[in-house]
Ligand binder design. Structure first.
Ligand code: SF4
Length: 330
């Protein structure tokens, strides 16, 4: 009977570092597979492309339900936007750790490189993540392992530390050299793609979390589209800026709870009041939408408003854009 093959489950971002970390382990005869997580803030698309190009099995898992409670109150706070990178990593390692049993994995790993990014890739950041993941001792960073304290995984001989790397710092040169050594010719541009680091999305998300205790996926998706105006503590108006916004608003409109406003007399934006509003607020919202339409200033415009209890036609005078500017969530 042969020795049991060591198995490892890696967090995959889809970038070059993920690929190299997996190949470094594979070269030691370790069976590697990946997991990539999805929420409305980041997708697994890049990881899916990378996995199929490099022939590495990938599990994609939506973690939104567990992500939001963490996002509302991250222990270590946020980066420049609403990105709770340290607690995000800790949660991802926690969920990957929980998946070790079902995937038959002996440990989990990532392509993180010490000192490559502020916050989560410092020595103390990496240590924080290990401690708060619940899987301290089961996490390996093959690209920087030789600069980090020896892990239980190495001590127990599951991995040969001598065959791991000690990369540090922001330079990409060592990774590019390693990619050549491994014959990796195609890989996506590094990082990017997390909406929580986007200032505009972050301020809309912050406003949303401050005003609404519950969330639906549509609420989070709608934060990506249109102008958002905070009318009062319980009412927000979303107005499309272009065709793509209008289509997205229509796609996420929920007939059973929202008010949908559309221009009838002139071309113009689609407006949405998620979770509804009183009649006079709907009229006011229609005037705002008309202000962003092709209706000439000073003339009345006709719109339709569909609320859960029925539709109506509304005649309003357009409100000039400047007047509603102070309500805009940047
Ligand atoms: S950038 Fe986004 S996905 Fe990446 S660690 Fe930070 S919060 Fe998580």
């Amino acid at each position: 009977m042969g020795l049991k093959k060591v198995k490892a489950l890696g967090l995959c971002s889809g970038g070059l570092d993920s690929i190299l970390a997996a190949l470094v382990l594979r070269r030691q005869g370790i069976y590697v597979q990946w997991v990539a997580f999805e929420t409305p803030f980041f997708s697994a698309e890049k990881a899916q492309n990378t996995a199929s190009k490099n022939n590495i099995p990938l599990i994609v898992k939506d973690i939104t339900d567990r992500y939001i409670p963490m996002l509302k109150n991250p222990r270590c706070g946020y980066g420049q936007g609403m990105n709770p990178c340290l607690d995000c990593h800790a949660l991802m390692f926690r969920i990957a750790g929980e998946m070790m049993a079902e995937t038959g994995s002996d440990f989990i790993f990532s392509g993180e490189v010490l000192g490559q990014r502020p916050m989560s890739q410092t020595k103390s950041g990496m240590r924080y993540v290990e401690k708060h993941s619940g899987y301290d001792g089961y996490i390996l960073r093959p690209l920087s392992a030789r600069c980090l304290p020896e892990t239980r995984i190495e001590k127990e001989g599951l991995v040969d530390r001598e065959l791991l790397y000690g990369l540090t710092g922001r330079s990409r040169k060592p990774q590019i050299a390693l990619a050549e050594e491994f014959g990796v010719a195609h890989y996506p541009a590094p990082a990017g793609g997390c909406l929580l680091t986007d200032k505009g999305y972050a301020s809309r998300l912050k406003d949303f979390l401050a005003h609404q205790a519950d969330w639906t996926r549509a609420d989070l998706e709608l934060l990506k589209h249109g102008r958002h105006l905070r009318v009062n503590a319980s009412v927000k108006l979303i107005v499309g800026r272009n065709q793509a916004d209008n289509e997205a608003i229509l796609a996420y409109y929920r007939q059973e709870s929202d008010v949908l406003i559309r221009m009838a007399s002139h071309p113009g934006p689609v407006g949405l009041i998620p979770h509804g509003a009183p009649e006079e607020t709907v009229r006011w919202a229609a005037s705002v939408c008309a202000g962003y339409s092709k209706a000439p200033a000073g003339q009345s415009a006709e719109l339709t408003a569909h609320a859960p209890d029925g539709g109506q036609r509304i005649q309003v005078a357009p409100i000039p854009n400047e007047q509603v500017q102070p309500l805009m969530i940047p």
